[in-house]
Ligand binder design. Sequence first.
Ligand code: UD1
Ligand code: MG
Length: 468
Amino acid sequence: MKETHHHCSVIILAAGLGTRMKSQRAKVLHPLLGRPLIAYTVGLAQTLEAAQSILVVGHQADEVRSTLEGVAVDFAMQDEQLGTGHAVQQAMPHLKAEDGPVLILCGDVPLLQPDTLRRLLAHHRESGAALTVLTTQLAFPEGYGRIVRSPSGNILKIVEEKDASEAERELGEVNTGIYCVEARYLRESIHSLSSRNVQEEYYLTDLVEMAHAEQKRVSGLVCRDASEVMGINARDQLAKAEATLREQVNHRHMQAGVTLIDPERTYIGMDVDIGPDTTVYPDCYLEGITQIGSGCLIGPNTRIVNSEIGNNVEFRGFCVLTEATVEDGAILGPFCHLRPGADIRSQARIGNFVEVKQSLVGAGSKVNHLSYIGDTEMGEGVNIGAGTITCNYDGVRKHKTLIGNRVFVGSDTQFIAPVRIGEGSLIGAGSTITRDVPADSLAVSRAEQKTVKGGATRLFDRLRKRKK
Ligand code: UD1
Ligand code: MG
């Protein structure tokens, strides 16, 4: 069943605003597990290797186009949203195929699986139908078009809920909004739709009744898993789809050898790879294009976005990483923040309340407490004392701090960049380093300490007398 479908064309409807979302943003741009809704349906067409995919856009067409940059789809514009039938009409001038099957999909049905479409295509071909509808059975069919069948089981028509009679509303078989239509039949029939209905829209669903009236064969295929063909019309459905998809993704990772302590509280995006024997604690968010090696331990409440993590890395919880790279065996957190360009080499340690941006921290180096490291290149085996700050910004420009191998930096040091610290140097605690330090040197910059013997006693006596 894994054959490709170079002979089929795909039309995807995605012009609607999605009124029921109550949003400024077009429905198909809402993210589902980090990807815009429309990406799922377009991805399906690509999996099938369809001969041509046409996307009907309208609301926020430019944004929809730009989220799909580089993807092989043709765009058809529907300026006014006069219904699903009208949307398909706008796609017709772009359709290249003269005959063969055309899959019509909705941009708001993201959980649909390629195998279901393959089955739909096969069923369509075998039954010799002009039009095949994918249907499903629902316990609560509210909001969907209902499938009306003859006593012998033939599909007679689809009635939209708003146009349905009491009796028709009782029907549990619904239209998924997914169809396979012969290109030839679509061309001759699509322009005959009328908008005589409650919503005064051109309903694509009316093609069924039309085909029937013209003695064309209409066929139906029931999709057993209703959750797969659920349409996203409102935010509760978006959340439901997110939960379903999350469960699928988490299941896939567990099958591949990843331990999720509590899969229901683990949020892993579509484009995240995780190696076996990595353990993920609850309330972690692994997002964007992220790779995580094997044998890692990701402590609770950690968020990793667009990052690359090696093997056996330990996150001690509450870490936030964005566009960072971490090599094998590093130990991070708790409570560290790795910002874009943080490049943490093997066995390095980034401890609590440490922020690293656009900086290399060499192998085995330690930045364990309360530091800001920005625009820095740090060698190997460096020890950065607590509270050390690289002062990289002069209010206008960013400057670099270069720290050689095996440098030891005492606590509460400030490096006023640009500054260069040679290999093997020692910086005394509390220093403000404004000038370069050559290799193997000791640099200290702080006021000399004064100690007055008995000074405390005398001072307190004076203060107490004044108080009386
Ligand atoms: C539609 C079907 C309904 C089916 C349901 C399944 C019709 C008339 N009804 O209803 O039978 O049960 O899908 O989810 O077809 N769109 C456009 N241009 C338009 C109108 C819609 O491109 O003028 C697009 C939307 O962006 C969306 C898709 O078509 O991606 C479906 O539109 P929607 O308004 O969600 O239709 P439903 O009311 O769900
Ligand atoms: Mg819908």
